[in-house]
Ligand binder design. Structure first.
Ligand code: CMP
Length: 139
């Protein structure tokens, strides 16, 4: 089923000029980038986005990292896009990520792991709405 997911190319990747290389992996996997914007996240945006992790010991570090450099927020579209993108990203910890995945190729650590992808269709819709309006997504 064609669906959409939300992606972030994180500061460790934008800082190393890896936006194009990450996008190549996404597109080669059959996902279409239907919206994309490079932004500097505000502290309030990052805190809200990662609200679900607020009680975790790494929350402060995570918010600091996500606001340290620009990120690229994206909407990806394709067959089973949520699950497909999670496959393409690889495991959160790059040491456990499968060969050929974005995190295996480019991530530095479990924190600086180059990309984010929504974990469910419900969260994809919530996350997309935090950064895009319908008019931003021509399809
Ligand atoms: P993401 O998919 O964006 O969702 C939550 C993020 O928290 C995760 O990717 C990692 O970047 C980060 N994260 C998860 N575990 C840790 C950890 N142990 N230390 C630091 N950051 C973490």
């Amino acid at each position: 089923m064609t669906e959409r997911t939300f992606s972030i190319i994180k500061p460790d990747a934008t800082k190393r000029n890896l936006t194009g290389k990450v996008n190549a992996v996404i597109e080669d996997a059959g996902l279409r980038i239907v919206a994309q914007r490079r932004i500097k996240m505000t502290k309030a945006q990052a805190e809200k986005f990662y609200e679900v992790h607020a009680a975790r010991p790494f929350y402060g570090e995570l918010v600091e990292f996500m606001t340290s450099e620009p990120v690229v927020v994206q909407v990806l579209e394709g067959d089973n896009a949520v699950a497909r993108y999670r496959e393409v990203m690889g495991a959160t910890n790059p040491e456990q990520a499968a060969p050929g995945t974005i995190r295996k190729l480019y991530a530095l650590s479990v924190g600086e792991n180059s990309v984010h992808g929504s974990d469910s269709q419900e969260n994809a819709a919530i996350e997309i709405a935090q950064f895009f309006t319908a008019a931003d997504i021509p399809g």
